[in-house]
Design a protein around this ligand. Structure first.
Ligand code: NCD
Length: 326
């Protein structure tokens, strides 16, 4: 595996499977009364969030803490970034504090890449969402959820031949891009569904199919992933009205009934209930939305462990490690 995780395209099939299998092992820790391993004791993980986040930030925090790392949460509000401090000076400060890994979310596409390739930091950089570009750990937790739900908890291997439909605001979605790249690596068949105005230029070069018609794809889908309509990134009118969008591209109970019995419904959150997804769909037994959040912690533990932990086994039966060398 590479030292940083910036794009889902950084992962070979073997890398991706190693992360998913490690996450599967680590998921069992969450079932123990004490949900903690000594694996990253003494390592420092900094969560550097320049954009709002609920689940991703707390998920990385929980993941690092469950592996006993020291966690520093840095948010722009209240920091010197609001005084105009540059990414470079922020990074040099983190380096001076001895950060072993920096988890970064930034409004600018490419910020994590800049950080990783700048030489300002010696540690690993993990992209937790950059602009409209990528969100690789979200794609990993989505793949983990699909594999578990579609093939069972002991599943190994990829998602070969699985049909995944991703619907909505692809243009502004870093989740969609990372999912398409990772799912292609894992052998799945992906169809993007969106109004033409919400598809990015160059989407025809992505490893997936594209459709404007949600109803044409549902009957064959193993999973349907709804994307949030990202109003905060919209500077123009991309569709006539919210009602019209919801009618043509929203997932309601009637559309959900067209899915095969085994098919699951996903959403990365936060949801616009009643817009891209009806409340009764979000809360239905097919929905994996809450499970995706739980799985996110295991997947991020696996990523941090594999980037920082080196060759030691992730889960050991021993309760002490230091005493043996004293
Ligand atoms: C996504 C994000 O921030 O990119 N959310 C998340 O990480 N769970 C998707 C979104 O904001 O719609």
């Amino acid at each position: 595996m590479k030292r940083h995780l910036i794009s889902a395209a950084d992962l070979t099939r073997d890398d991706a499977l190693l992360i998913l299998d490690t996450a599967e092992e680590l998921a069992h820790i969450a079932e123990r009364p004490i949900k903690k391993l000594p694996t990253l004791r003494g390592r420092t993980v900094v969560n550097l969030f320049f954009e709002d986040s609920t689940r991703t930030r707390i998920s990385f925090e929980a993941a690092a803490k469950r592996l006993s790392a020291d966690v520093i949460n840095f948010s722009v509000k209240g920091s010197s970034v609001s005084k105009g401090e540059s990414l470079k000076d922020t990074a040099l400060t983190l380096q001076a504090m001895g950060a072993d890994a920096v988890v970064i979310r930034h409004g600018a596409s490419g910020a994590p890449y800049t950080l990783a390739n700048s030489g300002w930091l010696h540690g690993s950089v993990v992209n937790a969402g950059d602009g409209t570009h990528e969100h690789p750990t979200q794609a990993l937790l989505d793949a983990f959820t699909m594999r578990r739900r579609l093939s069972g908890p002991d599943a190994r291997g990829g998602l070969d031949g699985r049909r995944i439909t991703i619907v909505g605001d692809v243009l502004h979605s870093r989740v969609a891009r990372s999912n398409v790249l990772l799912l292609a690596t894992l052998g799945a068949d992906v169809t993007l569904v969106a109004p033409p105005t919400l598809l990015p230029i160059g989407v025809e070069t992505w490893p997936c199919s594209v459709s404007y018609d949600i109803d044409a794809t549902l009957a064959k889908a193993d999973a349907v992933m709804m994307l949030r309509v990202q109003r905060e990134r919209m500077n123009a009118a991309f569709f006539p009205t919210e009602r019209e969008y919801s009618r043509r591209y929203g997932l309601d109970a009637k559309r959900m009934a067209a899915l095969p019995d085994h098919a699951i419904v996903m959403h990365p959150g936060p949801m616009n209930r009643g817009m891209e997804i009806a409340a009764e769909v979000a809360d239905s037994a097919r929905s994996t939305i809450v499970e995706q959040v739980t799985n996110g912690v295991s997947v991020r533990m696996a990523v941090l462990y594999l980037l920082l932990g080196g060759s030691e086994p992730a889960v050991t039966t021993a309760t002490t490690t230091e005493e043996t060398t004293a």
